[in-house]
Design a protein around this ligand. Sequence first.
Ligand code: CTP
Length: 408
Amino acid sequence: MLGEKNILIGVTGGIAAYKVVEVASRFKKSGANVKVMMTRNATEFVSPRTFQEITGNAVSVEMFGDAANFHVAHISLANWADVILIAPATANFLAKAAHGIADDLLTTTILAFDKKILIAPAMNTKMFENPATQENLKILKARGMKILEPAIGNLACGTSGKGRLPEPEEIFAAVEKIFAPKILSGKKILVTAGGTVEAIDPVRYIGNRSSGRMGFEIAKAAVSAGAQVILISGKSELAPPKNLKFVKVEAATQMREAVLKEFDSVDAVIMSAAVADYRVKNPAAQKIKKSSETLTLELVKNPDILKELGTLKKSQVLVGFAAETQNILEYANKKLVEKNLDFIVANDVTADGAGFGVATNIATIIWRGGEVETFDKMSKAALAEKIIERVADLLEKDKKFFPLNDNQ
Ligand code: CTP
C-alpha cells in the first residue's frame, strides 16, 4: 500500500529515536520513498548517517545549509511529502507545533505542510501528563493531526508508565492506514451497541453486562472505511465516536423503533447490541417499596429486532452476534438461519480474553452456507476491522444473500 508514497519522517531529540531507524527501514522495504529531517538535538541520539544509509536519501537538519546550494528546503520537503510522521515527538516539539513556532527546519516544514501529519509522542510520564503537554496535544488533534498514543512500560529515565514510543510495527500500521482504500465509501451502515435497559420502576431496571465496546469499535471502523454510519446505542459508558450519527436509546422497544426508522436507507446492519429478551410487563409508575418478603415481576418477551430485519431485508447485508456460554457453533448457526443473516459473529463470553468489558475478543464467524472462520484472540478494534472488511466484501461483490433468489 505504501509503494510510491513519499514519506517524510521528522525525528526530534528523544532516546526513542533509535526505534525510528527500524520504522524508516520498514517504509523503505514496503516500496515507499523515505526522507528524514532531524532536529539538532535528535542528532545527539542517532547519527544522520544512519538514516541516510537506510533511506538512500540525504538527511536534512539545518535550515540554512551551504549558501551555494541553497534551496528552500522546508518548502521543497513539504511539497514532496504525501505524509509526515514525527517520531519520537518531544514535549518541546508538541509545544512549538501547537503554537506555530517555526525555529528550525522541522517545525518550519510542518507549518508549510497541508496534508496528513502523524505524531508519535514519547517522553517521561509526568511530562506527558503535564497539563501543558495535554493542552498542546488537544490543539494539534483539533487541527486534524493524528496522535499515536504512547505505550505504557519502562522508560529511559528509569521509571515506568505511559510515555514509550509505540513499537515500529504499530507506527508502520498507523501510516499504512492513512493510505488504506476507503472500502465502504458511499455506503450507509447501521450499527447497534450496548445493552438495553428495561424499566422495573422509575429507579430500577433490568440490564446486562454489555459495555458497548465491540459495537463502538465496529462503528469507528466503518467510519474509517469511509461509510456514513448510524450508531444506535443502549447503555454504555463510552463517549460517542466522532463523525457519525449517534442515537441513544434505552429499552429494546425503543431500539427497534430507531432501527426500523433507518433500515430502508442502509446498505448493512451490524447488530452487536445486547438486546434484553424480556421486559417487565407493567413497570411501576412509582418507586417500589420493600413492603413484602418476596417480589414477583412478570416479564413479557421483547421483539427480536434482528429476526424482524431478516424478514424485511431486501438487499441489505445483515450481521448478528451470538454471545454464548456453551454449544457456541450450534447455537450461533441456529440464530444465523432463524434470523436470515449473511454471517454471525459468535463468541464464548466465558473464555479468558473474551466477553463483557474486556478490550479483546475471541471470535468465530459462521457464514450463510456453513463456512466457518476462526480468529485468534485480538483486540475488539482489530476484530471490528475484520468484520467491516467482510461486510465491504459482501457489498462490493454483491455476494450478499437475496431472499427471492436464493439457490445456494
Ligand atoms: N437480537 C435482537 N433482538 C433481540 C435479541 C437479540 O436483535 N430481542 C440480536 C442481537 O443483537 C444479536 C443476535 O440477535 O445480534 C443474537 O442475540 P442473542 O442474545 O445472542 O440471541 P437471542 O436471539 O436473544 O437468543 P438466546 O437469548 O435464546 O440465546
